[in-house]
Design a binder for this molecule. Structure first.
Ligand code: NAD
Ligand code: TDX
Length: 351
């Protein structure tokens, strides 16, 4: 019997990489992608999946109890990999309610459906919740987030993800629902919605528009290539221990300003511009409210216990990423020609 695996949020950035990996690597699984196709969901991320026999797209909202229960009853999922979420910190500052609904309520709807559907036999079932390093808060100049670091979320986004993590653990403790959680650092790579720093900057550099850097550009993020995150998810889904948390990170810290300098260098080369040309587009703008200073992940538990480590150096990953955006102009055009223009105008006009 083929296993039925539910992936939520599979039309988004990371989810589409996870869907592609699982569909191609595991013909013995039927992969079901449940996605509401919000502004961030895009079936163009998965055009290469549409004719795969072991792939099914289900359009639906994870907060819709009847719908979620009905698909659990119909497909008897053996496992869930839960990525669907509102994911952009800036949007959580202007519109926190959507984050509460999707990230907290939606997660509980899925947990309940799994618990009810699996209640007679939890063996060989798994609810895998994908989370973020932002739940741990903000670091000073030293130290790393470990799995044992206390939660200290600082934005509506990270607080909603922290709540969902707590609820997933509560279902494990109270109902013995088999779960794993992973908390990952910032991802970059193909198919990322251009509201996030790297694809936004690539698009602006290409079009000779200002690159907005919040504050002084001295905030630090730990960047991981998205395909390495998808590989870590594969390893944790198959080898992770019930009830455990695994941190995933790139061992790759950059200040935002250094990262944009690197990106400008790569783009100047790729676009045939004189060195130092694109750097002139850098524009310092009003800081993000409550902007976390530094994230850095200690992923040694995952490496030691399950054998995962990142496969790519940042220099290689950023070149691949830039190449993808430059070779997929239509993908970008289809996004920036829609509601994105309105979003960009309201987010950046008074900064
Ligand atoms: P994304 O915004 O690109 O994609 C989110 C997807 O979820 C979209 O396809 C969207 O349509 C779908 N979705 C949103 N609300 C939904 C709902 N109510 N019902 C069904 N589908 C819905 O996000 P991403 O960057 O790919 O992040 C995926 C997951 O990974 C999130 O849980 C996020 O918190 C986590 N994460 C992201 C990063 C990162 O750097 N992007 C890092 C660590 C963890
Ligand atoms: O225009 C910008 N200018 C700027 O300076 C944008 C969009 C961002 N920034 C800064 C803010 C951050 O310090 O760049 C850094 C990265 O910003 P984002 O790409 O928005 O990512 P971040 O806020 O760090 O969160 C990301 O990583 C953790 C994802 O969006 C989350 O979903 C994930 O959980």
């Amino acid at each position: 019997m083929k296993k039925n695996i539910l992936i939520t949020g599979g039309a988004g950035f990371i989810g589409s990489h996870v869907v592609r990996l699982f569909v191609n690597k595991y013909p013995q699984y039927n992969i079901f992608n449940l996605d509401a196709l919000t502004y961030a969901g895009n079936l163009e991320n998965l055009t290469d999946m549409s004719d795969k026999e072991n792939y099914t797209f289900l359009k639906g909202d994870i907060t819709n109890i009847d719908f979620v229960n009905s698909i659990f009853a119909k497909f008897n999922f053996d496992g869930v990999i839960h990525l669907a979420a509102e994911s952009h910190v800036d949007r959580s500052i202007t519109n926190p309610m959507e984050f509460i609904n999707t990230n907290i309520v939606g997660t509980v709807v899925l947990l309940n459906a799994a618990k009810e559907n699996w209640k007679n036999d939890f063996s060989n079932k798994l609810f895998y919740h994908i989370s973020t390093d932002e739940v741990y808060g903000s670091l000073g100049e030293t130290g790393f987030f470990k799995e044992t670091t206390n939660y200290d979320p600082q934005s509506p986004y990270s607080a909603s993800k922290a709540s969902s993590d707590h609820l997933v653990r509560a279902y494990n403790n109270t109902y013995k629902l088999p779960i794993v959680i992973s908390n990952c650092s910032n991802n970059y790579g193909s198919h990322q919605f251009p509201e996030k720093l790297i694809p936004l900057s690539i698009n602006n550099i290409k079009n000779n528009k200002p690159i907005p850097i919040y504050g002084k550009g001295d905030n630090i993020r730990d960047w991981l290539f998205v395909e390495d995150h998808a590989n870590a998810i594969d390893v944790i889904f198959h080898k992770g221990k019930n009830g455990e948390t695994y941190n995933i990170g790139g061992i790759n810290e950059w200040t935002n300003l250094d990262l944009i300098h690197k990106l400008c260098e790569v783009m100047d080369k790729k676009l045939g511009r004189e060195p130092e040309t694109s750097k002139k587009l850098i524009t310092f703008v009003t800081d993000r409210a409550g902007h976390d200073k530094r994230y850095a992940i200690d992923a040694s538990k995952l490496t030691k216990e399950l054998g995962w480590k990142p496969s790519l150096q940042f220099e290689e990953g950023i070149e691949k990423t830039v190449d993808w955006y430059l070779n997929n102009e239509d993908w970008v055009k289809n996004i920036v020609s829609g509601d994105y223009a309105k979003y960009y105008e309201s987010m950046y006009k008074n900064r």
